[in-house]
Design a protein around this ligand. Structure first.
Ligand SMILES: NC(=O)c1ccc[n+]([C@@H]2O[C@H](COP(=O)([O-])OP(=O)(O)OC[C@H]3O[C@@H](n4cnc5c(N)ncnc54)[C@H](O)[C@@H]3O)[C@@H](O)[C@H]2O)c1
Length: 301
């Protein structure tokens, strides 16, 4: 079966995704796009070596825009030349120009496929990408708080001695510093989180640990790539298999008037049903504050 993915921005995140797609046999054709042609070409050579060892059959092209436009899915993982801040919003100005150029290319070609954005600030960049490309909102979305929600499952699983997969819980709001744990709608084994006797102090600590996770990894190794690469590969798989799986994706919210994370189904035509978490008043206020931050950055465009 022909499965074609283009990855724009083949740095640490893009290459981790590329390797995961190949290793899992999820792609038959991979297009690598990166402004650093030497790096992109070298990654392609390295992956072609890996293909033999992995017994996978994938054709790989490099910096071929026409080929990119034939892809079923374009994943955006452009990054700034150098950034020292850990606040994802600080990346906006350096990533914006590359995103607008890409959006213009997609608009002119009336790109037919699905665009999945990873580049930070994820919600803001996804909104800029959709608006400037003019592509339907159902086909342009971001990874949002999918990775943060995984971290929540991991940390809460450790705290409650549960398998992370058995925690039906989400980080809500912006993929950034204003995100928060949506405790009210969370369930484990069908039992609401509030009945699991998690103390207020522990709740504060778990939320803080989730939000510091990225910084802890970044401080230790200078990037975070495997978690997000694996997550993005899982979303691509859900698209190819039309699995209608639910992820906490950055999608357009008409009431909030911005892209922000909501549990949303994904399949071969893009987004499916979107679900609204039942938040309490305090959580709702945090959601609205988060949306306001995203809108402010979008308005800076
Ligand atoms: N959404 C998430 O959960 C999440 C998680 C981790 C990282 N990120 C984000 O992913 C992005 C990439 O991170 P990274 O660690 O891979 O950075 P990186 O610096 O390793 O890679 C970025 C790559 O993009 C390339 N690039 C820059 N501008 C380009 C353009 N206009 N067209 C094509 N290629 C271009 C660079 O040459 C580089 O190879 C960052 O914005 C980072 O914050 C998001």
């Amino acid at each position: 079966m022909n499965r074609h993915i283009a990855i724009v921005g083949f740095g640490r995140v893009g290459s981790a995704l590329g390797y995961t797609l190949i290793n899992k046999g999820l792609v038959s054709h991979l297009t690598i796009i990166d402004t650093n042609n030497v790096k992109a070409t070298s990654h392609a050579l390295d992956l072609r070596d890996a293909l033999i060892a992995l017994n996978q059959d994938v054709s790989i092209s490099v910096n071929d825009t026409k080929d990119m436009l034939k892809a079923d899915i374009i994943v955006v993982a452009i990054g700034p030349a150098n950034i020292t801040s850990l606040d994802r919003l600080d990346e906006f100005h350096s990533n914006k120009m590359g995103i607008q150029t890409l959006a213009e290319t997609l608009r002119k070609a009336q790109y037919h496929g699905i665009v999945l954005n990873i580049t930070n600030p994820c919600d803001v960049i996804t909104q800029v990408l959709q608006a400037a490309s003019g592509l339907p909102k159902s086909r342009v979305f971001g990874t949002g708080t999918t990775l943060d929600s995984l971290r929540l499952q991991r940390l809460l699983g450790e705290h409650l001695d549960l398998n992370p997969a058995d925690i039906d819980g989400y980080m809500a709001g912006e993929h950034g510093d204003s995100q928060f744990v949506a405790w009210s709608p969370m369930r484990m084994a069908g039992v609401p989180a509030e009945q699991w006797n998690i103390s207020d102090d522990d709740k504060v600590q778990i939320e803080s640990d989730v939000m510091r996770s990225g910084a802890v990894i970044y401080n230790g190794k200078g990037c975070t790539e495997f978690g997000i690469g694996a997550m993005a590969a899982s979303i691509c798989q859900a698209i190819f298999y039309d699995s209608q799986k639910i992820y906490s994706l950055s999608v357009y919210d008409e009431s909030a008037e911005c892209y922000i994370s909501h549990p949303t189904q994904v399949g071969k035509t893009g987004l499916g049903r979107r679900f609204t978490l039942k938040l309490n008043d305090k959580e709702q206020a945090r959601f609205e504050q988060s949306a306001q931050i995203i809108r402010q950055y979008v308005a800076m465009e």
